[in-house]
Design a protein around this ligand. Sequence first.
Ligand SMILES: [Zn+2]
Length: 206
Amino acid sequence: MTSRWTIPGSGLYSIQPIRSKDLFEDQGDQGQLYKGQIFKDKQTLRGVVGLYALEERFEYKVRRSSHTRFAATCRKKGCEWVITAGKLKHGTYWHVKSFVKEHTCGDSGNYNIDFKRVSSYVIGELFARKFADPRCTLRPKDIISEFRDEHGINLSYNKAYRSKTCALHKAFGDPWESFKMLPSFFYMLEQSNPGTVTKIETDSEN
Ligand SMILES: [Zn+2]
């Protein structure tokens, strides 16, 4: 006996490939943004928008950023470059709702950007893949020279240091998240071993 599975209404849907992951697998795809694009979460979306602007040499401004919406425009007044994105109903996925690629500000491409505005987070995104490799021993000064060679941008030591921190978080997760788990771990320990006294000492920054 053979049976066939049919999902009611499946013809109404088209499944979009999830591309956010490939963005960091394939360097050639890094500068891509398009309508309908799906990202695994909002952080990834923000990182990719930042990298896009960096590649295209223009400055953008985040106009809206909430739990469900994101919108950014070109920083030049009146320019029509815009990207809007929204969270999908289920999961953590975000998708690009509209994207106007062309600048009407007239001087897009290779104009002077105040690169102090490129966030450490965006630079961290660029280097996260390298740090995921255990052989990687990039120091802040290596980040500075690599960024100068590849993008023609001078970073301060502090920015390179913060970027490295962001890249490590991206590659290995936030260490604070693991520390936050400690109190509930001790609670479980006390519950299963009556008589155990646990104490957590914290410094002034908690
Ligand atoms: Zn513009």
